[in-house]
Ligand binder design. Structure first.
Ligand SMILES: Cc1ncc(COP(=O)(O)O)c(C=O)c1O
Length: 423
């Protein structure tokens, strides 16, 4: 495989050989390994072109037509375009595309809707939630109070009766739904009812599943949620960034929280790339892609179940799966490391009712967005399951891992990477 033409890359090669070489090595890694981290993907060449554009040279604190710097005639149009595309794709009344990433987007929601010390309720990190949903090492539990809900230890699924009871007992002012490691459909309508009953704002963080929501593969948080947040770089296949969507009534609170509340100048190069990714996500090809992501995850899940792996909740409805390794007597961390030596890259993860620790948990998390972007399908998912199984049987046999790595690289060579090898 050879790189498609990239003039900025050759300028980098001339001016900074060290950085150029490291990027080239990273390209090789992305090409020749099976990338199963569910929050990663391959962006298109167009998204990368916008990210690497002259827009990085421009300051534009404020919002379109309300800036604190001159020279905004094109920047305003770019940001407006990104907002309009976000509103269209997600059926939202208002969009803010300036958050630097997913965590800052969530931070802005807190700043807009809660007073310092106000009570937030979110899914706990060890049970699949995100740090910013009130986990104790995060700002969301330092500057706010937090009560956490979990999943049913038997089923691995959200238990909405239990969530309602927790909400009634604690009366949070803000409820977060959404997850970083939850393989099932989230009932946003149920969260909306609970939030209404206790008088809380309801924020849906769809960072992981925004593509599934946009394409109708999964239920939409609107009209149940007051606010939706999402990263733009996971399934959505954009640059690293964040978006907040909300009803008109909350628009100025949200906007003021992002700027000047938390941030200065927006990253205009990222805003442009978000606009490009949103246009790509509105195409039939992207809808088909998202459907294939789920099919691939389900094929991989079934193939792993058939080989004796224990999956949290017994399978998946989305793009990711969580393997509980306790029945195999393997730790999540050493298993993820052995898989990486075999060319299969995932991440170690807590599982519900984990007996391990965050640094040494009992599970691994895997997802299909990146491999599906390369055009891999059911046959490759079966093959990947077989590699994972072989690694599980011989996690310390370096010759066996090296042999798998060779097979992985051969398969990867047949599937060009978007952005690297094809547009
Ligand atoms: C559900 C969820 N929300 C927010 C984030 C934060 O995104 P970022 O890492 O861009 O700050 C993540 C990232 O993994 C996530 O999974």
């Amino acid at each position: 495989m050879s790189d498609i033409d990239s003039p900025p890359a050759s300028a980098l090669q001339r001016t900074d050989r060290a950085v150029f070489d490291l990027i080239e090595q990273e390209k090789g890694r992305q090409r020749l390994t099976i990338r199963l981290i569910p929050s990663e993907n391959y962006t298109s060449r167009a998204v990368m072109a916008a990210t690497g554009s002259v827009l990085t040279n421009k300051y534009s604190e404020g919002y379109p037509s309300k800036r604190y710097y001159q020279g905004q005639e094109y920047i305003d149009q770019i940001e407006t375009l990104a907002c309009e595309r976000a509103k269209q794709l997600f059926g939202a009344e208002h969009a803010n595309v300036q958050p630097y990433s997913g965590s800052p987007a969530n931070q802005a929601v807190y700043m807009a809707l809660l007073r310092p010390g106000g009570l937030v309720m979110g899914l706990s990190l060890p049970q699949g939630g995100h740090l910013t949903h009130g986990w104790d090492v995060n700002f969301s539990a330092h500057y706010y109070r937090s009560v956490q809900y979990g999943v049913d230890p038997e089923t691995g699924r959200l238990d909405y009766d239990q969530i309602r009871k927790t909400a009634l007992a604690h009366r949070p002012r803000l409820i977060f739904a959404g997850a970083t490691a939850y393989p099932r459909i989230i009932d946003f309508a149920a969260f909306g009812r609970i939030a209404k009953e206790v008088g809380a704002y309801f924020a849906a963080d769809i960072s992981h599943i925004s593509g599934l929501v946009a394409t109708g593969e999964h239920p939409h948080p609107f009209p149940h949620a007051d606010v939706i947040t999402t990263t733009t770089h996971k399934l959505l296949r954009g640059p690293r960034g964040g978006i907040i969507l909300c009803r008109k009534e909350l628009a100025s609170k949200i906007d003021r929280a992002v700027f000047p509340g938390l941030q200065g100048g927006p990253h205009n190069h990222v805003t442009a790339a978000i606009a490009v990714a949103l246009a790509e996500a509105a195409t039939p090809a992207y809808r088909e892609y998202c459907a294939r992501v789920v099919q691939n995850a389900q094929t991989l899940a079934q193939a792993l179940l058939d080989r004796g792996f224990d999956l949290v909740s017994g399978g998946t409805d989305n793009h990711l799966l969580l393997i509980d390794l306790r029945n195999l007597n393997l730790g999540g961390r050493p298993f993820a490391a052995a898989l990486e030596r075999a060319g299969v890259v995932c991440n170690y993860n807590m599982v519900p009712a984990d007996t391990g620790t965050p640094k040494n948990p009992s599970g691994v998390r895997m997802g299909t967005p990146a491999v599906t972007s390369r055009g891999m399908g059911p046959a490759e998912m079966m093959q990947i399951a077989e590699w994972i199984d072989r690694v599980a049987r011989h996690p310390e046999d370096e010759a066996a891992l090296a042999a798998i790595r060779k097979e992985v690289a051969e398969t990867c060579r047949q599937f060009p990477c978007p952005g690297l090898d094809v547009d």
